[in-house]
Design a binder for this molecule. Structure first.
Ligand code: MN
Length: 595
């Protein structure tokens, strides 16, 4: 690939040459911590963006990305010299800025005074950082690409910084930038960032992994080298001509995460080294899979068709693990060249094929069209959340973070509507989450669910590929009980909203009634799903309103005390209600007192 210097030499009057000359002048005399001239950093970032096939304006903006912040060049000068587009990008990167970051992992939650202040600050910083990132994402993705290239180079040169700073930057990279790259479909970048952060975050584990996996890696590599010609001959014999048969070792960071899930047993990691088969066409992908399965028996439940059902970040490939020669397992990843490029470069790959306009700023009207817009639906969703949270996040950054972490950074599943629409949800989501993701009114009116044709409880965890049918009933209100099992912030927020509406309606009704009679019911219960619904149902049947509902855990943790305030002091009514409550499963003791 041409270097920035090559390009500057070839086309001295061009945008990239002028940006290079300008940045070199601006950073003159500045050095990085490693001692090398500062200009090496923006040049490296610009070269990374060239490798991702980004346009000249982005590359020029990368060359200039630290001039406003670090050398005091006014943005207006950039605009005069390089035009609105480059100035917009430089400004975007500058605004993303250098928010100090400490992370929230392992920091105790803010309960009470004292140690909480620091955690709250860290959470606030992280939330602030994320908000900025989301705003930039929804305005022009290229700003985020520049930031990612900037971060990649900073991680590649992290060794020169003092240890405390190394840890802070590595943590931020691992918690924000790598997941962000992943969600942008930039798999390779995401993995590389995690791998670069890993030795700084887990130095001991890293050393252990290096020494204990070396033999395994070498053994697997050698094995696959002997298998490669056999696989090639096999495919060719069936008329499939692979473009590439690449042997790929798993990254240390992801190997470590996987080993944590497998009792640190290296022998149980099937994809320590995988063979990547790149073919020309989509039918060839499936043909290759068939041929491989004919010769080498596949392991059950390890065939993954990410072509028919791509990951939410648009990753496409066929994966299978088979029993190869000598009875050893091999993971195959089969894909076309175009899929491969998209998997590696993610959203950035689309800049290859389209004109130099920003799809999001233009209401999604990009030439590569609906596909990109659809893939980036989550960007729009994030923007929407950001707007929802912007009012309250200043006072409650942790809530914002929690919602972000759960909805954005966690593993995802895909469930399918009976019409075939794919709903992308975090792992562990339930039919209620699914219902709210179709529409808030569907969620509110949910009374039941069928998964793959069978009736299931509403707290059932959904799996990828489940066909979920929601049964609704007009006028039905959500149950407070659902809050105990829903996984998405969207469902939780809607349920809470409905609860607040219901409570204020009851208060209004109570205030309007002639007497202000009230009774407090005290219930000792053994908690279970549906209990609160049964209790409130029994009270409602007696045409008595609930004024408040208060639950607390009794000593020992199993029993709970629920205090329910109702709007009557009619002794007969109270007696009837108590009798009904006693009959409910899980209710151990009931009592009442007039208030
Ligand atoms: Mn920089």
């Amino acid at each position: 690939m041409e270097t920035i210097k090559d390009i500057a030499k070839k086309d001295p009057g061009g945008l990239i040459a002028r940006a290079y000359a300008f940045a070199e002048r601006a950073h003159k005399g500045q050095a990085r911590k490693s001692g090398e001239p500062y200009i090496n950093h923006p040049v490296a970032a610009a070269e990374i963006l060239r490798e991702w096939h980004l346009d000249d304006a982005t590359v020029a903006a990368a060359l200039l990305h630290d001039t406003v912040e670090d050398t005091g060049v006014p943005l207006e000068t950039i605009r005069k010299e390089f035009g609105d587009e480059v100035a917009f990008l430089v400004d975007g990167v500058t605004k993303l800025g250098h928010v100090k970051y400490r992370g929230v992992n392992g920091v105790p939650a803010t309960t009470g005074e004292g140690g909480g202040g620091r955690a709250a600050m860290a959470a606030a910083h992280k939330a602030e950082n994320l908000r900025k990132m989301i705003l930039a994402l929804s305005e022009d993705l290229r700003v985020v690409f520049i930031k990612l290239a900037d971060r990649l180079h900073n991680m590649q040169t992290l060794g020169a910084l003092p240890p405390a700073k190394q840890r802070r930057i590595a943590l931020e990279t691992d918690e924000i930038y790598a997941p962000l790259a992943y969600r942008l479909g930039m798999h390779n970048l995401s993995g590389e960032l995690q791998d670069l952060a890993f030795p700084f975050l887990y130095p001991q584990e890293y050393r252990w992994l290096l020494s204990s996996s070396k033999e395994h890696y070498e053994e697997r590599m050698n094995y696959l080298e002997t298998v490669r010609p056999k696989v090639e001959a096999l495919l060719v014999a069936h008329g499939i001509h692979p473009r590439e048969l690449e042997i790929r070792a798993k990254r240390y960071s992801s190997l470590y995460k996987k080993m944590l899930r497998h009792d640190m047993d290296m022998g149980r990691i099937y994809d320590l080294v995988a063979m990547r088969v790149i073919v020309d066409t989509l039918p060839e992908c499936y043909a290759a899979l068939g041929v491989i399965h004919e010769t080498y028996p596949p392991l059950p439940r390890r065939i993954k068709d990410y072509i028919a059902m791509p990951k939410p970040n648009a990753y496409r490939s066929l994966h299978t693990t088979v029993i190869g020669p000598e009875g050893k397992t091999i993971e195959f990843q089969i894909r076309t060249r175009a899929m491969h490029d998209e998997n590696e470069y993610g959203v950035a790959a689309h800049w290859l094929y389209k004109e130099r306009t920003n799809p999001l700023a233009n209401g999604g009207a990009a030439p590569s069209g609906q596909k990109l817009a659809a893939e980036l639906k989550w960007v729009q969703q994030l923007k929407h959340w950001q707007e929802q949270f912007s009012g309250q996040s200043a006072s409650d950054p942790e809530e914002f973070l929690r919602a972000m972490k759960i909805d954005f950074f966690q593993d995802r599943i895909f469930a399918v509507t009976p019409r075939g629409d794919v709903i992308d949800l975090p792992l562990g989501s339930t039919p209620v989450d699914f219902a709210y993701h179709i529409h808030s009114e569907v969620g509110n009116a949910t009374v039941g669910a069928r998964v793959n044709g069978a009736v299931v409880p509403l707290d059932r965890a959904l799996k990828s590929g489940d066909v979920v049918e929601i049964v609704t009933q007009k006028g039905k209100k959500p149950s407070e009980d659902w809050l105990r099992f829903v996984k998405t912030a969207m469902a939780r927020d809607h349920i809470r909203l409905a609860m607040r509406r219901k409570a204020s309606a009851i208060r209004a009704a109570a205030a309007g009634s002639k007497s202000l009679a009230r009774t407090e019911l005290k219930l000792t219960v053994e908690d279970r799903v549906g209990l609160i619904k049964d209790i409130s149902g029994a009270i409602a049947q007696s045409r008595v309103g609930i004024l408040s509902f208060h639950a607390e855990t009794a000593k020992g943790g199993v029993l709970h005390v629920n205090k329910v305030e109702i709007n009557t002091n009619d002794a007969k009514k109270v007696e009837r209600i108590l009798a009904k409550l006693k009959g409910i499963k899980g209710v151990k003791d009931v009592g009442s007192r007039a208030i």
